[in-house]
Design a protein around this ligand. Structure first.
Ligand code: HEM
Ligand code: HEM
Length: 180
């Protein structure tokens, strides 16, 4: 049952998930951007890193699913009352869209890879294939993965700029809401 949260901070599980997933996502984005620049020959190196990316991505997807379920069952602390209305809306919209991107990234990754002719190797374990290869759908999902990434990076940048603004320029304690 959802209860009114009168606390001033996020609960411990929400904080651990926020930082664990946040750090892993930044690593995953860096890995993704680096691996696509790897040469296709000699074979092995590029495919090996692609499989690391897919394995980390699937694991992150499960963590994100757990985070979303946790969030739906636990009301976050109310935003500070002195926050201007426009900022409350921007913060809420930003958080909602961050969640959407967190869901679309792993889903488009898994679906796109399922339409490829190669099986996904989850940390060395070959996953069964349920879907027939389809180059056109694989390409569409690859575009979804890339364009969602661009929006995601913009949202994360806005999010971090907002936290820096609150912490260093407005010198308020907003960061403590999401701290250990
Ligand atoms: C969890 C979140 C994920 C993030 C943040 C992420 C991020 C990225 C980034 C930054 C790139 C390089 C830019 C691009 O070409 O799109 C990329 C490419 C790629 N990712 Fe992910 N990824 C995630 C999950 C996954 C998963 C779960 C899979 C597959 C199981 C996957 C498969 C791929 C593939 C195959 C590419 C190469 C380009 C393509 O075919 O789209 N990703 N990813
Ligand atoms: C990949 C990176 C990140 C993602 C996807 C992310 C995502 C989110 C989301 C979705 C929320 C809203 C939580 C909710 O209401 O359920 C949130 C809150 C928060 N995040 Fe992040 N975050 C990231 C990185 C960071 C970083 C680097 C910082 C610090 C500079 C940070 C500081 C905070 C703070 C302080 C809050 C609480 C905001 C409030 O007062 O309600 N986040 N984050």
């Amino acid at each position: 049952m959802i209860q009114m949260n009168l606390q001033k901070r996020y609960d411990a599980i929400a904080v651990v998930l926020h930082w664990l997933i946040g750090i892993c996502l930044l690593g995953q984005i860096t890995l993704g951007l680096w691996m696509i620049s790897l040469p296709k020959t000699p074979p092995g190196l590029r495919a090996g890193w692609f499989n690391v990316h897919k394995s980390v991505g699937i694991t992150l997807g499960v963590l994100i699913l757990f985070r979303v379920l946790w969030r739906l069952m636990h009301q976050p602390p109310a935003l500070a009352g002195d926050l201007p209305t426009w900022e409350q809306w921007v913060a809420k919209a930003n958080h909602f869209m961050l969640y959407l991107c967190m869901i679309i990234m792993p889903v488009s990754g898994v679906l796109g890879s399922s339409f490829s002719k190669y099986p996904i190797q989850y940390f060395g374990y070959k996953l069964p294939k349920f879907i027939e290869p389809n180059d056109a759908l694989k390409e569409i999902l690859s575009q979804v993965h890339l364009y969602t990434l661009i929006i995601f990076v913009a949202l994360i940048s806005l999010h971090v700029i907002a936290v820096i603004r609150h912490t260093y320029f407005q010198k308020n304690t907003m960061i403590r809401r999401m701290w250990f």
